[in-house]
Design a protein around this ligand. Sequence first.
Ligand code: GUN
Length: 287
Amino acid sequence: MILLDGKATAKSIRSELATQVAELTPKFGRAPGLAVILVGDDPASQVYVRNKERACAEVGIASFPHRLPAATTQEELEALIAALNADDTVDGILLQLPVPVCLDSRRCLELIHPDKDVDGFHPRNMGRLAQGLPGLQPCTPAGVIELLRRYDLPTQGKTAVVVGRSNIVGRPLSIMLSQPGRFGDATVTLCHSRTPDLPAKCREADFVFAAIGKPRFVTCDMVKDGAVVVDIGINRVDQCLVGDCDFKPLCAHAAAMTPVPGGIGPMTIAMLMKNAVQAYRKHVGAK
Ligand code: GUN
């Protein structure tokens, strides 16, 4: 079994981006800037945001953190987004999800200027993705495709099952896998909680992508021998991080698999850095 090492791959990507940023920064008189908004004190989000800030430092991106109290009002959050949209030193804006329930996250995500939408969640960017047009793409599914690319595991002509239909992962991933290209061109089945006989659907797949948010949901009996298994889940069980796949028993079946942690998580952050550099290039008019 090939272990798809997202941690090492993400490190290479950050290093490639750092080289690009070191060239561009003196040329355009400033570093790329990424604003990260964190509302409230969700412990998992605090860890993610810290990791994003660390990655920015490594790549040479200026990070502008905005840590807001849980009692922040919708008006205050909207005013901050408007100010960041207008700020010429900010190339990307990220609103860490989830936000406290009293805030309207959908409305806030739509207020982020599409050219600064480094998460690729704005309907304009999602629409462009669906139509195969260039734009900022959601980081987690982009990280999945990039990992397959770097290990040269093409999906072209293969069957792919995506388990989970979230706006952040499952649905955009299903779209990417169906786009033309060597790391697309798959026959995609998007499964969810209402899918009848989900194990049988998974067993037919050459590629299984697990993004359902349930610990060890994908088991041996759901994966055919020689399949590629990509685990996109992060679940906390008894103080441990476990994915959506039952990793150890699956090792005997899968041809290749991602670990959790150290798989798609670091790839997501690497793609965020890539999006920030892409947004900066467009903003400063670099080729
Ligand atoms: N929360 C969990 N995943 C993500 C992500 O990819 N982006 C943002 N902004 N929040 C998240």
